[in-house]
Structures are given as structure tokens and as C-alpha cells.
Design a binder for this molecule. Structure first.
Ligand code: PLP
Length: 437
């Protein structure tokens, strides 16, 4: 390997050439340089030489549930690497993909029987939408091609997913006239424990009934709306959606890319409602954050419908579909999750987050504090601009914690391996960031 760049040179080249998420080019705020990571800690390289550690409060955007550099996942990667890291999936198959698919079918509700692998959450949502549109086309109903969702959602950054992101927060204004026009219901009333509002449930049913003739599917994030605002809602609305979809002949897609694999306290968030979708998207924590992989699961009814059509195949096939390295790590990661008492760990983190974030309610500028499972959110009464975001991030870093606030939110979803002491420090950092912002 060539010699390392050195932190100052690395940052200069980064600014000059490398585009970062949701950022201008060239970049404005200098990113932190991560030298390595282990457990819940990121090792940050300092421009003047030397390093320091930050506790990761973000699980690398929901994904690194077991922490970094995990010996079991490293071993799974090494073992697979020595056999093959990749092979095409057209006409070929392999054990990592088959094992993982069978495991996903076993973990998810009974009606979900078939698994389509892709490389990212956004693409798994594209595939879910394609499945639903093609299902109705195959049944001779090509006009059923729109989607209904509720406001406040986030489903990814590629084209169809963007069209079902929150129309105000999702930069729809920039793309008006270019994005497919979908049907938006009002955002679900806030509060996981709030008694379900019959008027809102009626609104959902009415919207689905009114648009059923043109709807292929309803798509939502169950229980937690994530990047669209970190809002929680009563699980009962999912049953409302299921009933209305069944009554009016509309498919139901649950996007559990963020909530899947235990984050909200149940393996999948829809379990809070005991409701099962026709199509399910998973990603993020699927590989424990090691590699990018996602999956779209569907029922036999959806698969049979597509197979009876004029074009009886699902016309989709990513180059790196079912990548063996990612699949082997995903299988090991799910094994790791299921062989421990993950529910107890998530409950433990939930209790620590409740204790540690409660005092934030008394801080000036704080509108709401909420916790569900291993998700903690402090919502401010003002949106953070880039400068305030940088200030908040620095305040957290002074407490030894990595946080990435956005909009009016300072939030955390720690790795499940975070100790009580780690979570206590994360909470102190959230409070410090809220004070500084
Ligand atoms: C992150 C996310 C996506 C997009 O996944 P990518 O892997 O970033 O493409 C879609 N839906 C939800 C709910 C997400 O949280």
C-alpha cells in the first residue's frame, strides 16, 4: 500500500474532490477524519497529528448495531473472502444468499415468502414499488400505478422513493413537475402511546377509498418516521391501513429499513401493531453496518400475480445483487442479534435514554423529548442552519460523543452494545448539543 496521506493533506483533497451527503461542492464544514473504529468508539485523526476517541451515538445511521470491528463479523468476512467476495447472481446462486433469504423469511411474518436482494435501501424501495405496479399491470389494471403515503416520511434518495418523501421536507419544491405525483395523507398524530385518533383513522380510510382505482400501493414507515422528522405514532394506524388496503384492493408496503432488527423494541416495528404488509423493505442494520445491502420481501400473492403477467419476470437485476460477502456478514450479524437477549439490551438502552434525556425538557429552546426503544430524540423549537449544526456537533464532541443533528433535531440511536456508562455520556452530549444550538 502507498504511504498514508496525512490528515491535513487528506482534508485538503477531500474538500477539493469529494462530495459528502447533502453537501455543497466544495464542502464548507471540514469533516472529522476517522482513522479506525472498534466497539462503540470512533478513533478520530487530528489535523496536527495524534488521535482521540468519540463514542458513536449514531450507529453510522442506524446500521452498526453490534459496534465496529466486531470479531464475529470480521471472521465471517474473512471466511467468505477466502471463498469468493462476489459472483454474479443471474443463473448462479450461493450459500450466503440462500441462507440469508431463508433466515429473513423465517424472521418476518408468515405471508412474506420471497426475497429480492439489492445494494441499498433506496433501491429496495424502488423494487418494492416496481413489484406493486407490475402486480396490477399483470392483473390487467395498469391504471393502478400511483402510491399513497402520509406526510413526514422518508424512503430514500432515488427517484421513486423521493416522490413519497415528505413533500415539504423532501425538497419536492426543487423537483415539482419532474417527480411522479403521489397521494399524500396528513401526517400521523404524534405519540407512540397517544390514544389513536378516530378522525385521523377515518381520514386514512377515506383517502384510500377515494384513490383506490389509481393506487398500486400504500407505503409507510411503521411506528417511527425517521429521517423525515424522527416522529413516533400509535401502532393502531397500521391496522387501519391494512384494513383499508384489504377492503379497497390496494397493496401495503412497510419500509423497515431504519426500524428493522430490533431498534424500536420489537424485531420489526409493525409487530407493535400485529400487522403484516404485502411487501417489506429492510436494509441499514441488515449487515451490521459492514457493507451496503438491502432486501425487498413479498408475499406469494404478489409474486404469483407478477408471474401470471404478459411479462412474467421481475425486470430488475443489480450487478452486485446478493453479494456473497455482504450476505455472509448479514447472516452472521443476524445470528449475533438473535443469539443474545437483544430485547433486554434495547430495553436497557431505552431506560437509560429516558433517564438521561428527561432533563433536556427543561432546557430553553427544547420543544419535545421522546424515546422509543434505542432511539432518543430532542426536538428544538427552531431549525439549525449549517453553522448551528456545526456548533451542536462540536459541543457533543467536547463531551466525547459523535452526533449528527439535522433540521430541528438532536437525536441518537446507539449501537446495542453501548454500556450504561456509554449511554449516559451520549445523553450528556445530546443535552450539551441542545444547549449550544
Ligand atoms: C435510510 C433509509 C432509506 C434509504 O436507504 P439507503 O440505503 O440510504 O438508500 C429508505 N427508507 C428509510 C426508512 C430509511 O431510513
Amino acid at each position: 500500500m502507498s504511504e498514508t496521506l496525512g490528515t491535513s493533506r487528506l482534508l485538503a483533497l477531500d474538500k477539493q474532490h469529494v462530495w459528502h451527503p447533502y453537501s455543497p461542492m466544495p464542502g464548507q464544514a471540514a469533516p472529522l477524519v476517522v482513522d479506525s473504529a472498534a466497539g462503540v468508539r470512533l478513533r478520530i485523526a487530528e489535523p496536527g497529528g495524534g488521535t482521540h476517541e468519540l463514542i458513536d451515538g449514531m450507529s453510522s445511521w442506524w446500521s452498526a448495531v453490534h459496534g465496529y470491528n466486531h470479531p464475529v463479523l470480521n471472521e465471517a468476512a474473512r471466511a467468505q473472502l477466502d471463498r469468493m467476495s462476489h459472483v454474479m447472481f443471474g443463473g448462479l446462486t450461493h450459500e450466503p444468499a440462500v441462507r440469508l433469504a431463508a433466515r429473513l423469511v423465517e424472521m418476518t411474518p408468515e405471508p412474506l415468502q420471497h426475497v429480492f436482494f439489492s445494494g441499498s435501501g433506496s433501491v429496495s424501495v424502488e423494487v418494492a414499488i416496481k413489484m406493486c405496479l407490475q402486480y396490477w399491470r399483470s392483473l390487467g389494471r395498469p391504471l393502478k400505478r400511483r402510491l399513497l403515503t402520509w406526510r413526514g416520511g422518508y424512503h430514500g434518495d432515488t427517484w421513486q422513493p423521493m416522490s413519497v418523501c415528505d413533500p415539504d421536507g423532501g425538497m419536492h419544491a426543487l423537483w415539482s413537475g419532474a417527480l411522479p405525483r403521489q397521494v399524500f395523507a396528513q401526517a400521523p398524530p404524534s405519540g407512540f402511546d397517544a390514544p389513536p385518533d378516530p378522525a385521523y383513522a377515518a381520514h386514512l380510510s377515506e383517502m384510500i377509498a377515494r384513490h383506490a382505482h389509481e393506487l398500486a400501493a400504500v407505503i409507510v414507515e411503521p411506528v417511527v418516521q425517521n429521517a423525515g422528522g424522527m416522529r413516533f405514532h400509535a401502532p393502531a394506524y397500521l391496522a387501519t391501513l391494512r384494513d383499508a388496503c384489504d377492503e379497497h384492493g390496494v397493496l401495503l408496503i412497510f419500509d423497515e429499513i431504519a426500524t428493522g432488527f430490533g431498534r424500536t423494541g420489537t424485531l420489526f416495528a409493525a409487530e407493535h401493531a400485529g400487522v403484516s404488509p404485502d411487501v417489506l423493505c429492510v436494509g441499514k442494520a441488515l449487515t451490521g453496518g459492514y457493507l451496503s445491502m438491502a432486501a425487498t420481501l413479498c408475499t406469494s400473492r404478489v409474486a404469483d400475480g407478477i408471474s401470471r403477467g404478459e411479462v412474467p419476470v421481475l425486470a430488475h437485476g443489480p450487478t452486485c445483487m446478493a453479494n456473497p460477502l455482504a450476505a455472509a456478514i448479514a447472516d452472521a450479524s443476524l445470528n449475533l442479534l438473535l443469539e443474545q437477549d437483544w430485547q433486554r439490551e434495547v430495553k436497557r438502552i431505552e431506560a437509560r435514554l429516558r433517564d438521561g434525556l428527561a432533563p433536556a425538557s427543561d432546557l430553553p429552546g427544547v420543544r419535545d423529548v421522546r424515546v422509543l426503544g434505542a432511539i432518543g430524540v430532542v426536538q428544538l423549537d427552531h431549525r439549525l442552519d449549517a453553522a448551528a449544526m456545526a456548533t451542536a456537533t462540536r459541543a457533543a464532541a467536547r463531551e466525547g460523543v459523535w452526533l449528527r443533528p439535522f433540521g430541528d433535531l438532536i437525536y441518537t440511536m446507539p449501537p446495542y452494545i453501548a454500556t450504561d456508562a456509554d449511554v449516559t455520556r451520549i445523553c450528556a452530549a445530546v443535552r450539551a448539543a441542545a444547549t449550544a444550538a
